[in-house]
Design a protein around this ligand. Sequence first.
Ligand SMILES: [Zn+2]
Length: 67
Amino acid sequence: MSKRKKTCPNCDEMELTRVARHGFLQERVYPKFGMFPWECAQCRQIFLLKSRGQSYRKAGPRPGPEK
Ligand SMILES: [Zn+2]
């Protein structure tokens, strides 16, 4: 399994920063889909990725024993 680099969908910048969730969608809806808001260091656009930033295993319906 190859490690995929996260890039900005707008400008392909690879330096992305996880940002705090704001608003109903980001706080209540996106977490259900495993989506996390990220901000691009280049164009400052905020978008959602299915990544939390660290190596994160999809737990599925049951929570895994480790975080
Ligand atoms: Zn960008």
